[in-house]
Ligand binder design. Sequence first.
Ligand SMILES: Nc1ncnc2c1ncn2[C@@H]1O[C@H](COP(=O)(O)OP(=O)(O)OP(=O)(O)O)[C@@H](O)[C@H]1O
Length: 328
Amino acid sequence: MDATAQPAMIRLSGVGKTYADGTVAVHELDLAVAPGELVCLVGPSGCGKSTTLKMINRLIEPTTGTVEVDGEDVTHGDPVALRRSIGYVIQQVGLFPHQTIETNVMTVPLLYGESRSTARSRAHELMELVGLDAATYAGRYPHQLSGGQRQRVGVARALAADPPVLLMDEPFGAVDPVVRVRLQEEFKTLQRDLGKTVVLVTHDIDEAVRLGDRVAVFAAGGRLAQVATPAELLARPADDYVADFVGSTSGLRRLTVTAIDPDHLEPMDGVNASELAGVVDVGATLEEALAAMLRDDRPMVGVKDGARFVGVLTPTGIHSALRASLVD
Ligand SMILES: Nc1ncnc2c1ncn2[C@@H]1O[C@H](COP(=O)(O)OP(=O)(O)OP(=O)(O)O)[C@@H](O)[C@H]1O
């Protein structure tokens, strides 16, 4: 995408960062993030992802280029006001250890001058929003929560000021893989519902393609190798570096990001319902359809559009859909 042409909530133009010791952390980066979009920055360790994120909220000042948030050049404003308008979630959540969860989440509303009772009810509302039962957890201390629950509190606290923009640095990095996938799915739904603009740093390509509307792949020296939708990135990596980074299992990952296409369904006629491995919605991914077939050990899954059956999907249909996504 041309970083100067589209409407953007966040626009980085020619942004570079060279540290005092001469390390080029980010090199002439152009990236525009649309309102409500979730863009993942992914790449190996040390390629400038965190530096990029911190230049958006001015925890780090760029050496070159401009950073705009909602049309304002952030280098000209007050950095404290800027940081209040941008939620920031990091891996080690940074909760206050000697304060209860409720007090941790109330910090931001109180900073904004809310009364204690309004701040408390806002904190409870936010806890429920991220899937934590306020009655159970409000009075607990951070060490009495699991890693995944602490991460939820971190997200609740970042949402407390209702910022239009959230920056997240490896937000799900500290939790085990099973909890991680659940948090990712819940976060994606929450982000869609709230319409926040999100830039999320991860080194995990699976997380990036699962969560991102678009994925920006970084290479050493803070060079942007490709920005694309997950499906495009997996089907058409821009060069050998990206192809290698998305890996030899990119075919499997494409199952996760490719939706069922009604053109690849077979008619329902003559199919006995007992032959079906359940029913999925036409908006489901190929991964969900294949998972249903493997789970029930049946070679086809029914596909519904609302209440209406639109056909059945077989492994051959999945194969055709994957091939078609390569030539689209
Ligand atoms: N204060 C600093 N002074 C000098 N070099 C730095 C400084 N901070 C970061 N760097 C270097 O800048 C480069 C980019 O670092 P950055 O933290 O942005 O990478 P990253 O992609 O987020 O890495 P990771 O995935 O390991 O967190 C690295 O080579 C790092 O060593």
